[in-house]
Design a protein around this ligand. Sequence first.
Ligand SMILES: [Zn+2]
Length: 200
Amino acid sequence: MIRSFLLCFVLCAAIGVGSVATGTRQKSDSGRGVTLLIAGDVSQEVVDRVKEHLSKRLFLPVHVKKAQIPVDTSATDSALLLENLRTPGDLCSVCLAGHHLMWPAVTVVTKHRVGIVGVGILKPSTGKDREDRHALRVQKEATRACCLSLGLRECPFPRCVLLNALNDEDLDAKGSTPCPPCQKKYYEMLEDYGVKPVFR
Ligand SMILES: [Zn+2]
Protein backbone atom coordinates (compact mmCIF):
# COMPACT_ATOMS: atom_id res chain seq x y z
CA MET A 1 0.00 0.00 0.00
CA ILE A 2 2.73 2.41 1.04
CA ARG A 3 4.78 1.31 -1.93
CA SER A 4 1.96 2.02 -4.42
CA PHE A 5 1.34 5.41 -2.76
CA LEU A 6 5.02 6.27 -3.14
CA LEU A 7 4.99 5.12 -6.78
CA CYS A 8 1.96 7.31 -7.45
CA PHE A 9 3.67 10.25 -5.73
CA VAL A 10 6.85 9.82 -7.80
CA LEU A 11 4.83 9.56 -11.03
CA CYS A 12 2.81 12.70 -10.24
CA ALA A 13 5.99 14.59 -9.36
CA ALA A 14 7.60 13.49 -12.64
CA ILE A 15 4.58 14.68 -14.66
CA GLY A 16 4.62 17.95 -12.73
CA VAL A 17 8.31 18.52 -13.40
CA GLY A 18 7.77 17.63 -17.06
CA SER A 19 5.12 20.26 -17.58
CA VAL A 20 7.18 22.93 -15.84
CA ALA A 21 10.15 22.10 -18.07
CA THR A 22 7.97 22.30 -21.20
CA GLY A 23 6.54 25.60 -20.02
CA THR A 24 10.01 27.06 -19.55
CA ARG A 25 11.11 25.92 -22.97
CA GLN A 26 8.08 27.49 -24.65
CA LYS A 27 8.73 30.72 -22.81
CA SER A 28 12.35 31.04 -23.98
CA ASP A 29 11.47 30.13 -27.56
CA SER A 30 8.68 32.63 -27.97
CA GLY A 31 8.66 32.40 -31.75
CA ARG A 32 9.51 36.09 -32.03
CA GLY A 33 12.18 36.51 -34.65
CA VAL A 34 12.85 37.98 -38.05
CA THR A 35 10.45 38.35 -40.97
CA LEU A 36 12.42 37.69 -44.15
CA LEU A 37 10.57 39.34 -47.02
CA ILE A 38 11.32 38.40 -50.59
CA ALA A 39 10.55 41.03 -53.21
CA GLY A 40 11.09 40.29 -56.88
CA ASP A 41 13.55 37.90 -58.42
CA VAL A 42 15.65 36.24 -55.73
CA SER A 43 16.80 32.65 -56.22
CA GLN A 44 15.48 30.03 -53.83
CA GLU A 45 19.04 29.01 -53.01
CA VAL A 46 19.86 32.52 -51.81
CA VAL A 47 16.65 32.67 -49.76
CA ASP A 48 17.39 29.30 -48.14
CA ARG A 49 20.97 30.28 -47.33
CA VAL A 50 19.97 33.59 -45.76
CA LYS A 51 17.19 31.94 -43.78
CA GLU A 52 19.50 29.25 -42.41
CA HIS A 53 22.26 31.72 -41.64
CA LEU A 54 20.03 34.16 -39.75
CA SER A 55 18.46 31.41 -37.69
CA LYS A 56 21.78 29.69 -36.89
CA ARG A 57 23.96 32.76 -36.35
CA LEU A 58 21.53 35.29 -34.94
CA PHE A 59 19.64 32.59 -33.01
CA LEU A 60 16.17 33.76 -33.98
CA PRO A 61 13.31 32.06 -35.81
CA VAL A 62 12.97 33.30 -39.39
CA HIS A 63 9.58 33.66 -41.08
CA VAL A 64 9.77 33.90 -44.87
CA LYS A 65 7.12 35.85 -46.80
CA LYS A 66 6.66 37.24 -50.28
CA ALA A 67 6.46 41.01 -50.66
CA GLN A 68 5.58 43.32 -53.52
CA ILE A 69 7.24 46.69 -53.75
CA PRO A 70 6.20 49.14 -56.48
CA VAL A 71 9.12 49.67 -58.88
CA ASP A 72 9.17 53.47 -58.54
CA THR A 73 9.25 53.45 -54.74
CA SER A 74 12.50 54.35 -53.00
CA ALA A 75 14.03 51.96 -50.49
CA THR A 76 13.31 54.38 -47.65
CA ASP A 77 9.64 54.83 -48.63
CA SER A 78 9.26 51.05 -48.80
CA ALA A 79 10.19 50.66 -45.14
CA LEU A 80 6.69 51.39 -43.85
CA LEU A 81 5.19 48.91 -46.31
CA LEU A 82 7.68 46.26 -45.19
CA GLU A 83 7.02 47.00 -41.53
CA ASN A 84 3.32 46.35 -42.12
CA LEU A 85 4.10 42.98 -43.70
CA ARG A 86 5.99 41.82 -40.60
CA THR A 87 4.77 38.66 -38.90
CA PRO A 88 3.05 39.81 -35.69
CA GLY A 89 5.47 39.74 -32.77
CA ASP A 90 8.61 39.60 -34.89
CA LEU A 91 11.41 41.98 -33.96
CA CYS A 92 12.35 43.26 -37.40
CA SER A 93 11.85 42.87 -41.15
CA VAL A 94 14.69 42.09 -43.53
CA CYS A 95 13.83 42.37 -47.21
CA LEU A 96 15.76 40.80 -50.06
CA ALA A 97 14.89 43.04 -53.00
CA GLY A 98 15.59 41.38 -56.34
CA HIS A 99 14.14 43.75 -58.93
CA HIS A 100 15.49 47.02 -57.64
CA LEU A 101 18.91 46.93 -59.22
CA MET A 102 19.73 50.54 -58.45
CA TRP A 103 19.01 50.37 -54.76
CA PRO A 104 21.99 50.47 -52.42
CA ALA A 105 23.32 47.18 -51.05
CA VAL A 106 21.86 47.90 -47.63
CA THR A 107 19.26 50.44 -46.52
CA VAL A 108 18.18 50.45 -42.90
CA VAL A 109 15.30 52.43 -41.45
CA THR A 110 15.62 51.94 -37.70
CA LYS A 111 12.38 53.81 -36.98
CA HIS A 112 10.49 50.96 -38.65
CA ARG A 113 13.07 48.26 -37.75
CA VAL A 114 13.42 47.42 -41.42
CA GLY A 115 16.55 46.49 -43.35
CA ILE A 116 16.56 46.16 -47.13
CA VAL A 117 19.22 44.35 -49.12
CA GLY A 118 19.51 45.24 -52.80
CA VAL A 119 20.34 41.76 -54.05
CA GLY A 120 21.09 42.80 -57.66
CA ILE A 121 23.84 45.24 -56.82
CA LEU A 122 25.74 42.58 -54.88
CA LYS A 123 26.15 40.33 -57.91
CA PRO A 124 29.81 39.78 -58.89
CA SER A 125 30.37 40.41 -62.61
CA THR A 126 33.13 37.83 -63.09
CA GLY A 127 34.49 34.60 -61.68
CA LYS A 128 33.50 30.94 -61.90
CA ASP A 129 32.27 30.97 -58.32
CA ARG A 130 30.14 34.07 -58.77
CA GLU A 131 26.82 32.41 -57.83
CA ASP A 132 28.29 31.18 -54.58
CA ARG A 133 30.05 34.49 -53.88
CA HIS A 134 26.81 36.33 -54.58
CA ALA A 135 24.87 34.18 -52.11
CA LEU A 136 27.55 34.72 -49.49
CA ARG A 137 27.49 38.49 -50.01
CA VAL A 138 23.69 38.57 -49.64
CA GLN A 139 23.98 36.41 -46.53
CA LYS A 140 26.49 38.84 -44.97
CA GLU A 141 24.55 41.97 -45.85
CA ALA A 142 21.23 40.49 -44.70
CA THR A 143 22.88 39.73 -41.35
CA ARG A 144 24.19 43.29 -41.14
CA ALA A 145 20.81 44.74 -42.15
CA CYS A 146 19.09 42.66 -39.49
CA CYS A 147 21.50 43.70 -36.71
CA LEU A 148 21.40 47.38 -37.68
CA SER A 149 17.61 47.43 -37.91
CA LEU A 150 17.47 46.09 -34.36
CA GLY A 151 19.71 48.89 -33.13
CA LEU A 152 23.34 47.71 -33.34
CA ARG A 153 25.92 50.10 -34.79
CA GLU A 154 28.37 49.59 -37.62
CA CYS A 155 31.74 48.18 -36.60
CA PRO A 156 35.21 49.14 -37.90
CA PHE A 157 36.69 45.65 -37.39
CA PRO A 158 37.42 44.29 -40.93
CA ARG A 159 36.28 40.73 -40.11
CA CYS A 160 33.01 41.74 -38.43
CA VAL A 161 29.79 41.35 -40.40
CA LEU A 162 28.79 44.80 -39.14
CA LEU A 163 31.57 46.44 -41.15
CA ASN A 164 30.21 48.80 -43.77
CA ALA A 165 32.35 47.47 -46.64
CA LEU A 166 32.96 50.25 -49.14
CA ASN A 167 34.11 47.96 -51.96
CA ASP A 168 33.70 44.38 -53.14
CA GLU A 169 37.13 43.31 -51.82
CA ASP A 170 36.27 44.40 -48.27
CA LEU A 171 32.84 42.80 -48.56
CA ASP A 172 34.30 39.48 -49.70
CA ALA A 173 36.99 39.63 -47.02
CA LYS A 174 34.74 40.34 -44.05
CA GLY A 175 33.21 37.58 -41.96
CA SER A 176 29.55 36.60 -41.90
CA THR A 177 29.02 36.84 -38.14
CA PRO A 178 29.43 39.64 -35.58
CA CYS A 179 32.84 40.01 -33.87
CA PRO A 180 32.89 39.08 -30.14
CA PRO A 181 32.17 42.64 -28.80
CA CYS A 182 29.27 43.04 -31.30
CA GLN A 183 28.01 39.56 -30.41
CA LYS A 184 27.95 40.58 -26.73
CA LYS A 185 26.01 43.76 -27.59
CA TYR A 186 23.66 41.66 -29.71
CA TYR A 187 22.80 39.35 -26.80
CA GLU A 188 22.24 42.36 -24.52
CA MET A 189 19.99 43.89 -27.15
CA LEU A 190 17.91 40.71 -27.42
CA GLU A 191 17.54 40.81 -23.65
CA ASP A 192 16.24 44.38 -23.91
CA TYR A 193 13.65 43.13 -26.40
CA GLY A 194 12.71 40.40 -23.91
CA VAL A 195 13.80 37.66 -26.28
CA LYS A 196 16.09 34.76 -25.47
CA PRO A 197 18.31 33.46 -28.27
CA VAL A 198 17.36 30.03 -29.59
CA PHE A 199 20.58 27.99 -29.83
CA ARG A 200 20.45 25.18 -32.35
ZN1 LIG B 1 32.00 44.08 -34.64
